[in-house]
Design a protein around this ligand. Structure first.
Ligand SMILES: Cc1cc2nc3c(=O)[nH]c(=O)nc-3n(C[C@H](O)[C@H](O)[C@H](O)COP(=O)(O)OP(=O)(O)OC[C@H]3O[C@@H](n4cnc5c(N)ncnc54)[C@H](O)[C@@H]3O)c2cc1C
Length: 618
């Protein structure tokens, strides 16, 4: 690290949190922030350090001294002055995100040791680390990626009697391994790029995805929506996704496997109860979500691995079935490329995969069938690395469900206790492409960014128990693209229609929180952070454009879409990659368009459909 950043960043962190030596937990934040940044990709680290150096240069220009030479009060005043410049605010706000992650953890640790809950034993999996897997082996089918789609594909093929090997880049994390580790430690271990995957555009979006046995299902919120009928009809009739024909039956099957049921009210938590009461007062359609978490104890940690094993991520539900049917899983195994036999009559044919171990050595698994399920961000790059990226539609058509959060401050504590992380859906605006879900989060991990700097930010952190948060996602026009072959390189140009939906969602969430009794609504907009009533909120938002919002995105789909149009769809109507034999696409990338709901069931059903149809033809 640059020696100047080494000092500028801790000094800036102290200024952000108004560290005047009176609050113990603040002291540990710079060290925790450094650990977090070390786990992030270099681009994110460089951006944070660059921003810290810019603030340091501002201090020098303004006072003749660097941040470290300023007294705590001077640093805080300097930061407040900087924050008064509307142009500097977005940079400060971007810096705040990792600071809040680190601060939330330190504060939590200071208040309570992470509860070590007795974890149930996970159902058995047949996992072998790549270090112990032979350099050369054979299979009837290799599945790349063990997430929602890959797990379903592996189970279907194994049950049909094929020798299946699942190759997964991430590690196997058991439920027991989550106990006693802070949410932040789990976060950096379970997410690709330590959760800092960015889609570049205006605004840039954070698009977190999981990397573990179980893929993103290990870190998802457990919400289970069936693909809406009008979406299925569109997929069938407009896109020609033939596999959509049987999807209703496959959705039933996915729901049974994941033990999906409506979330009971008893562990919902205040966040969800307030969303219900606000909706009731407004006469809006709302209800507890259907989830795959029977016996959920409201630990509110789904997004960093369920510590009780209640959430039926695929490593606890689908993959054990697959292994019982003979499938084997190789972990810490990154597929570098598919092996392709190019001299076959009839065109190129997959013949297996070449896999990297963490120590740089390689192994080969030979197989006549390769199911690519590396996720909508990973699949296009893998196909390009394999010389199979020729289709012009590959990597395009990326949908992501752009999402924002709003918080309401209540007179009595509403957070901090037992709560379901994502508990209630407000479907009033769903027909217009806006789905509101009451979403709490582990400390510091909400995509909602607290307002203020210095003492004001620290006070806001101390007061998070009074905040209820809502999230809204919009069904987007596919507006993104996965570029390149390595690393995660994304572009996303938010469509004007979807920008309008996000702004409308912002107002709707404010209205809902006020209806539920919020004393103030925190918008998450740096230059217009709080409103005391609906009229004030309307006035504030009149000056807000979508570029002022913190937009996240959670559900990438569509980058190797199936469809009838040979020029647009990289996969044929049954999910077979065009231009090569023996390659199926069975993850979020195969969906023709945005599913308009949280997508795990749609992806599992699509993977089932694609592999079922392949089996029926062989
Ligand atoms: C915070 C969060 C909350 C969410 N909440 C919900 C929710 O409540 N409900 C819902 O329906 N959806 C939710 N989702 C989304 C949902 O979990 C995903 O859409 C779904 O898991 C995607 O399935 P997939 O098979 O396409 O990819 P993934 O599940 O992401 O699996 C892909 C796997 O492939 C592996 N891989 C990638 N490249 C390689 C390679 N080269 N070699 C080997 N392995 C590789 C990855 O490590 C990963 O494990 C959420 C997502 C996030 C991030």
């Amino acid at each position: 690290m640059n020696p100047r950043t080494d000092t500028a960043l801790p000094a800036l962190t102290a200024a952000f949190l108004g560290d005047d030596g009176t609050t113990d937990w603040v002291r540990g934040v710079p060290r925790r922030l450094r650990t977090l940044l070390d786990a992030m990709p270099r681009s994110a680290r460089t951006a944070v350090h660059g921003a810290a150096l810019a603030v340091d240069a501002y201090a020098l220009a303004r006072t003749g001294r660097r941040l470290t030479a300023l007294a705590p009060g001077e640093r805080e005043r300097l930061l407040a002055r900087l924050a008064a410049h509307r142009t500097a605010l977005p940079v400060l706000d971007a810096l705040k995100v990792p600071v809040l992650l680190a601060a939330g953890t330190e504060r939590m640790l200071h208040r309570e040791a992470p509860a070590a809950r007795p974890a149930a034993d996970d159902p058995p999996l047949d996992c072998t680390p790549s270090a112990a897997w032979p350099n050369r082996s054979t299979a009837d089918a290799v599945v790349v990626g063990s997430g929602a789609g890959g797990a379903m594909a592996a189970r279907t093929l194994a049950r049909a009697g094929l020798r299946v090997v699942v190759v997964e880049e991430g590690e196997h994390h058991t439920t027991a391994s989550f106990a006693g580790r802070t949410p932040l430690d789990r976060f950096t271990g379970l997410y690709r790029d330590a959760g800092a995957t960015i889609a570049y555009g205006a605004p840039p979006l954070v698009v977190p995805t999981g990397r573990a046995v179980g893929g993103t299902t290990v870190v998802n919120s457990g919400t289970c929506y069936r693909t809406p009928d009008h979406v299925l009809t569109r997929w069938r009739t407009i896109h020609g996704f033939a596999a959509a024909d049987g999807l209703t039956t496959h959705l039933d099957e996915a729901e049974r496997t994941l033990r999906v049921a409506r979330q009971p009210l008893d562990v919902l938590g205040e966040n969800g109860r307030l969303a219900l009461s606000g909706a009731r007062r407004l006469g809006w359609a709302a209800g507890p979500l259907r989830r795959n978490a029977p016996g959920c104890q409201g630990s509110c940690q789904c997004v960093v691995g369920c510590p009780t094993g209640a959430k039926q991520s695929v490593q606890l539900s689908v993959l054990p079935d697959a292994c019982a049917a003979g499938a084997r899983i190789v972990t810490a195994a990154r597929v570098r490329r598919l092996l392709v036999d190019r001299d076959r009559p009839g065109g190129p044919r997959a013949s297996g995969v070449l896999v990297s171990r963490p120590d740089g050595s390689e192994l080969e698994i030979l197989s006549p069938l390769v199911v690519v399920a590396a996720g909508a961000l990973g699949t296009p790059q893998l196909l390009r690395r394999s010389g199979l990226g020729g289709h012009p539609g590959l990597g395009r058509n990326l949908s992501v469900h752009p999402a924002i959060s709003v918080a309401g401050r209540f007179g009595t504590p509403v957070g901090g206790g037992q709560a379901v992380l994502q508990s209630v859906a407000v479907e009033e605006l769903h027909a217009d492409g806006i789905l509101i879900e009451a979403t709490a989060a582990p400390p510091g991990m909400s995509s909602f960014v607290l307002p203020g700097v210095g003492r004001a930010l620290r006070d806001a952190l101390e007061d998070t128990e009074h905040l209820a948060t809502l999230g809204a996602m919009v069904a987007d026009r596919p507006s993104g693209r996965v570029l390149g072959r390595h690393g995660t390189l994304l572009r996303y140009a938010l469509a004007p229609r979807d920008a309008g939906r996000l702004l409308r969602a912002q107002r709707a969430m404010g209205r809902l929180l006020f209806a539920a009794g919020a004393e103030e609504v925190l918008t998450g907009v740096p230059h217009a952070p709080r409103a005391g009533d609906m009229a004030q909120l309307e006035a504030l938002l009149a000056d807000v454009a979508v570029r002022h919002l913190h937009v996240s995105a959670f559900h990438p789909t569509g980058t190797a879409a199936a469809g009838a149009d040979e020029d647009r769809a990289p996969a044929d109507p049954e999910g077979r990659l065009r231009g090569a034999h023996g390659v199926l696409i069975a993850d979020g990338s195969v969906l023709p368009s945005c599913p308009e709901v949280n997508p795990q069931l749609s992806i599992m059903a699509a993977a089932l459909a694609v592999t079922d149809r392949w089996l029926a033809r062989t």
